[in-house]
Write a protein that binds this ligand. Structure first.
Ligand SMILES: Nc1ncnc2c1ncn2[C@@H]1O[C@H](COP(=O)(O)OP(=O)(O)OP(=O)(O)O)[C@@H](O)[C@H]1O
Length: 300
C-alpha cells in the first residue's frame, strides 16, 4: 500500500500553513513532529479531504485518487482530530455506534467491532458511561476507537497521546505497533519520547514545510558529537545557560550537571552523550522550545 501525496499546499490569508508537501508513505508508523502552528493539523485535515489544496496537487491511496474518488478513499480512512466533537449525553457505546452509522458501516459489524475495540482500548467498564463523565485520557481513547471502527488502511491521529497517563501511553504504543504491520499510520505529537523506538520514520514540519523525513537512527546520527554533559559550579552554570541550548539540568548540592547542545566542545571537562530525539528537536526548534512539553519539564 502507498499513500502518495503530491504537491499540496494551503494558505490562510497571508499565512502559508502547508507548503508544497510531497510524500510517499507505506505501512508503518510515521510520526509528524513540529512546534505549535507548524501546520500539522492542517496537513492532516488535507489528507482527510476536509481542507482543500490550493496548489492543485493530488493524494492517492494506491490507485484511489482522494479528490476524484472521495467515498472510496474515505472507506479506508480513520481520523482522530485533535479536538473531536461528541454528544455529551451519549454513552460510550451509543457514541461509537453513532460514529459507525455515520461511516456507513453495517449494524452487526458495528456491534462486533465496538466490543473488540472496547477491550483493545481498555474501555469495557466505561461502555455505559456518559461521554461527559469521562476523563481527558478516556475521551482520547474513545477518539482512537472511533477512528478504528472501519478497520482503516490509513490511520491519522492528531495528538493521540495528549492527556494519556503513563500506563495508557504504554498500551497506546503496543496497540499502534500491532496495527502498523498493515496500516499506514500518521500521528502527530508534541511529546517526543512518545515516538521514540515506535515510529518507522519521522517527519519534521516547520513553517508548513517538511524539513526532515528520515528514520530515527539517521536523524540521531546528525546529532553525533553535539550533545554534551558537564558538571560545574552554579556560577559557571549561569554562564553556560546564557551561551548554550540547555536540554536538562540536575542539581547536586553546590554543583549542577548540564546536558547541553553545542557544535564544539563547550568546556574542557565536557563529555559527549548519546543523542536522543529531544536533543534533535531542541537543536532545530530551540526558538520554539517554550511550546515543547518535555523540554518545559526539564529546563530551568
Ligand atoms: N482556520 C484557520 N484560519 C486561519 N489560520 C489558520 C486556520 N487554521 C490554521 N491556521 C494557521 O495555520 C498555521 C498552521 O496551523 P495548524 O493548526 O495546522 O498547526 P499545528 O502544527 O497543528 O499546531 P498545533 O500543534 O498548535 O495544533 C498556524 O499559523 C495557524 O494559526
Amino acid at each position: 500500500m502507498e499513500l502518495k501525496i503530491e504537491n499540496i499546499s494551503k494558505d490562510f490569508k497571508k499565512k502559508r500553513a502547508v507548503s508544497n508537501v510531497n510524500l510517499s508513505l507505506n505501512e508503518g508508523v510515521h510520526a509528524l513532529l513540529g512546534a505549535n502552528g507548524s501546520g500539522k493539523t492542517t496537513l492532516f485535515r488535507m489528507l482527510c479531504g476536509l481542507t482543500k489544496s490550493e496548489s492543485g496537487g493530488n493524494v492517492y491511496l494506491d490507485e484511489i485518487n482522494m479528490y476524484q474518488q472521495y467515498n472510496s478513499y474515505l472507506f479506508h480512512l480513520g481520523y482522530m482530530p485533535q479536538h473531536f466533537g461528541f454528544y455529551p449525553h451519549y454513552t460510550v457505546e451509543e457514541f461509537l455506534n453513532y460514529m459507525g452509522v455515520v461511516k456507513g458501516l453495517k449494524k452487526d459489524y458495528i456491534k462486533q467491532r465496538i466490543n473488540e475495540l472496547l477491550i483493545q482500548l481498555n474501555l469495557e467498564s466505561k461502555k455505559n458511561s456518559k461521554m461527559k463523565s469521562l476523563s481527558g485520557g478516556m475521551i482520547r481513547r474513545v477518539g482512537i476507537a472511533q477512528a478504528l471502527l472501519n478497520n482503516p488502511k490509513i490511520l491519522i491521529l492528531d495528538e493521540p497521546t495528549a492527556g494519556l497517563d503513563p500506563k495508557e501511553r504504554i498500551n497506546f504504543r503496543n496497540m499502534i505497533s500491532s496495527l502498523s504491520k498493515d496500516t499506514i499510520i500518521l500521528l502527530s505529537t508534541h511529546i517526543v519520547s512518545d515516538i521514540e523506538n515506535l515510529a518507522d520514520d519521522i517527519l519534521v514540519m516547520k513553517n508548513g514545510e517538511i524539513i526532515y523525513h528520515n528514520t530515527e537512527d539517521n536523524l540521531l546520527d546528525t546529532m553525533k558529537e553535539k550533545v554534551w554533559e558537564i558538571t560545574v559550579t552554579n556560577r559557571e552554570a549561569s554562564q553556560l545557560l546564557q551561551d548554550y541550548v540547555i536540554v536538562k539540568t540536575t542539581l547536586n548540592g553546590d554543583y549542577v550537571t548540564l546536558r547541553l547542545l553545542s557544535d564544539n566542545k563547550p568546556h574542557e571537562h565536557a563529555s559527549l552523550l548519546t543523542p536522543s530525539l529531544d536533543d534533535f528537536y531542541l537543536y532545530h526548534f530551540e526558538d520554539e522550545g517554550e511550546e515543547h512539553e518535555t523540554i518545559n519539564q526539564t529546563r530551568i
